[in-house]
Design a protein around this ligand. Structure first.
Ligand code: G3P
Ligand code: CA
Length: 273
């Protein structure tokens, strides 16, 4: 379908910072996103979850254990509980917050989506946001409702006529994306896929999402998928592309966006810095 597209014009691959510049800085922290903006990323990727008191926070896992010095499910904690935890002074890439030999990063509180939107608004240039709803179905529409209300406050759900949207919503849940399209038809939606089910091999997407979000594994094993998605009228945004060989493959196949933990290196490989 001809759903609203995202990002740059033809032939320019958008570089999207996955959880911020998360190879260098702990993921989903303000510092990781600041670095991504400095690195020149075209867009920032973040996962969002609802706290017990209904705030959207940028946390990937169901629990805070891996990425903070706390314990427990995000959905069981209130924002003030999360704000008391440290999400910064650990490394996060297979290392433990409890280990003494982990490299040190600055202490930092949980990042709210609102704060991330402020950072983007203050950046002084166009920086797009690709926000992923994590396990939204258990909240019966509240995640999408809160998300669109917040994006609306930042003027992001109704871009000026003719302008491409600066925000897109991604999800592994087709239902979540359907809700977004119903409530905010101008916000592009990205259907994320770990594997391609046989019924999606032709490049079409459930419910007419305008952008396919295949894993790098899909692109490696089924490179023909990219052309099929394009023929079906969909952009292709691939995750998570860190290895130079994979960047090369994506570029050769003409994907529309590369979602990576190392935007600086990818931009430089693409000759953009
Ligand atoms: O950008 C999509 C990608 O982030 C999906 O996987 O687990 O990293 O959220 P995950
Ligand atoms: Ca994600």
């Amino acid at each position: 379908g001809a759903s609203p597209g995202a990002t740059p014009g033809p032939n320019r691959i958008a570089v999207v910072a996955h959880r911020g510049s998360s190879e260098d800085v702990p993921e989903h922290t303000l510092a990781a996103y600041r670095k991504a903006i400095e690195d020149g990323a075209d867009a920032l990727e973040c996962d969002v979850r609802l706290t017990a008191d209904g705030h959207l926070v940028c946390v990937h896992d169901r629990r805070v254990d891996r990425t903070s010095n706390g314990r427990g499910a995000v959905s069981a904690l209130e924002l003030q509980d999360l704000a008391a935890l440290d999400f910064g002074s650990w490394r996060g890439l297979g290392e433990s917050p409890d280990r003494d030999d982990s490299p040190r990063h600055e202490r930092t509180s949980v990042l709210t989506l609102e704060r991330l939107l402020e950072l983007i608004a203050d950046s002084g240039r166009r920086v797009e946001l690709a926000v992923e709803t994590k396990h939204p179905t258990r909240w019966a529409g509240r995640v999408e409702e809160r998300l669109l209300a917040l994006l609306g406050r930042f003027g992001l759900t109704e871009p000026p006529a003719g302008d491409p949207s600066a925000v897109r919503v991604m999800s592994f849940s087709a239902r979540s994306l359907q809700r977004v399209r119903e409530a905010a038809p101008r916000v592009p939606t990205v259907y994320l896929m770990q594997f391609v089910s046989p019924r999606l091999r032709d490049g079409r997407l459930p419910g007419g999402a305008g952008i396919a979000g295949p894993s790098m594994r899909i692109v490696r094993n089924h490179p023909e998928y990219v052309a099929r998605a394009h023929r079906a009228g969909n952009q292709v945004h691939v995750w998570t592309v860190d290895a130079p060989g994979d960047v090369e493959r994506c570029a050769a196949l003409g994907v529309d966006a590369i979602i990576t933990n190392r935007p600086r290196q990818v931009l430089s490989q693409l000759g953009r810095r």
